[in-house]
Design a protein. Structure first.
Ligand SMILES: Cc1cc2nc3c(=O)[nH]c(=O)nc-3n(C[C@H](O)[C@H](O)[C@H](O)COP(=O)(O)OP(=O)(O)OC[C@H]3O[C@@H](n4cnc5c(N)ncnc54)[C@H](O)[C@@H]3O)c2cc1C
Length: 394
């Protein structure tokens, strides 16, 4: 059996939150510390819906700087983190606990079982020596060199080290009592509510559109919903603009090469405009689109007057949407949480020794594609390694 470090007494560590980040930290220190998890719910329950139940656990990007670019919040901070615990390390770790993985063409990495439940079981099997308390933590206080952890049931526990890994989906009221600055939570990776009424287009997908957002161009599929828009490119937009106030507007390029389209208007003079457009865009959208421009649905290309033609080309090149807010409850992650300036690159509080943070509670969030779980594996492991390193110097 593998042996841990040898010292008089194992330090008592409380990990608050048994999600992916907390559990990864727990696994890293399991042999060397006396670990107790606190969680309102079952351990790793939050892993089960990931990747639609398949668990998109990482992204096949092996250059740490490139990987960090997928995080609208945290990019610079993550350089050092990913240089210490990278995508390679993540895959090696999972292989070591019996989770073999594969990468899709789009770079998303999944377990070969395509089962988040299997990943969860394999992770929990590494935590047999840990204690799990199903209690909500309401306060963490440090008095001299000990932490006092209080729970909603009025229980108080004493620890040497505390790791906070509570994510962002359950609020973080008790953290307000700590001296750390917390950024407000804002929905990210979510559908958006628009001022324009697209409800009649619900379910229609526009393939491979380009969205102009400031000086960035985002590309991907967009889906109309009963309250606005969704789909991969909208998730990315919601993430980048997570801290931008509402309303904001942006323009969608519906056709990549507008000059080619103008040429085909001239070549296909006798064709109905709606037919020509339907070769590029879904029929139901074309009807909606022409109606919104007050262009007769039966009009032939040659009959477009110069005003209507100008309007048509302008709208194909920049179809305006006005974003009024995030779709309620649809967020995958939240931006916000613990200010990165107040923690070390090993995720220890700069104000309170032996207090650590990892996972989504940090002001770090990434795009869809395995990036948010990567943050959990990397931050959880580095917290654990630092705890073990600190103990060696005690
Ligand atoms: C539907 C869905 C699908 C997703 N799919 C993917 C994906 O495929 N790939 C990817 O990379 N990311 C995905 N994500 C994001 C990813 O799941 C999260 O980023 C990740 O779970 C964050 O892990 P965490 O450990 O930091 O926090 P969490 O997973 O949120 O875990 C925090 C834990 O803390 C507990 N807790 C909270 N407050 C307290 C308290 N006061 N006392 C005690 N316990 C407390 C909670 O019960 C919870 O178990 C998805 C998210 C959602 C919602």
């Amino acid at each position: 059996m593998e042996q841990g470090l040898t010292y008089k007494k194992k330090p008592k560590v409380a990990i608050i939150g048994a999600g992916p980040a907390g559990c990864m930290c727990g696994i890293t220190i399991a042999k060397d510390c006396d670990v107790t998890f606190f969680d309102i719910s079952e351990p790793l329950k939050t892993l089960l819906p990931t990747g639609g139940g398949r668990c998109n656990l990482a992204h096949a990007e092996y250059d740490f700087k490139e990987l960090a670019k997928a995080y609208p919040r945290g990019e610079k901070f993550l350089y050092s983190v990913f240089s210490k615990f990278s995508t390679y390390d993540t895959l090696e770790f999972f292989e070591s606990i019996g989770v073999k993985t594969y990468a899709q063409d789009d770079g998303r990495i999944f377990p070969i079982t395509n089962s988040a439940a299997d990943v969860r079981n394999k992770l929990l099997a590494q935590l047999k020596s840990a204690k799990f308390l199903k209690e909500k933590v309401v306060d963490v206080k440090k008095v001299s060199d000990k932490f006092y952890v209080s729970t909603v049931n009025n229980n108080k526990y004493i620890y040497d080290i505390v790791v906070i890994a509570i994510g962002t989906h359950f609020g973080f009221q008790f953290l307000n009592k700590l001296p750390h600055k917390l950024y407000d939570l804002k929905p990210s990776l979510c559908g958006l509510v628009t001022k324009e009424d697209f409800s009649t287009l619900k379910g229609v997908v526009l393939k491979d559109v380009l969205i102009k957002n400031g000086n960035m161009m985002l590309e991907g599929d967009m889906l109309f919903t009963d309250s606005g828009v969704s789909g991969p490119v909208i998730f990315e937009l919601s993430s980048i603009n997570s801290r931008v106030g509402y309303p904001y507007s942006c323009k969608i390029k519906l056709i990549k090469n507008i000059v080619n389209f103008e040429d085909s208007l001239n070549v296909n003079r006798n064709m109905a405009l709606k037919k020509l457009l339907s070769e590029i865009l879904p029929k139901s959208f074309v009807k909606f689109f022409l109606n919104s421009l007050n262009i007769d649905l039966e009009l032939k290309c040659k009959s477009l007057n110069s005003n209507s033609k100008g309007l048509l080309l302008e709208s194909l090149n920049g179809f305006l949407i006005t974003v009024m807010g995030a779709k309620n409850g649809g967020e995958t992650v939240f931006s916000g949480g613990v200010n990165l300036d107040e923690i070390t690159s090993n995720f220890e509080s700069k104000m309170i020794d032996n207090l650590y943070f990892c996972g989504e509670i940090l002001d770090i969030d990434g795009f869809c594609g395995g990036y948010n779980l990567q943050n959990c594996w990397s931050s959880g492991t580095l917290v654990g390694l630092n705890i073990v390193k600190t103990m060696c110097s005690m």
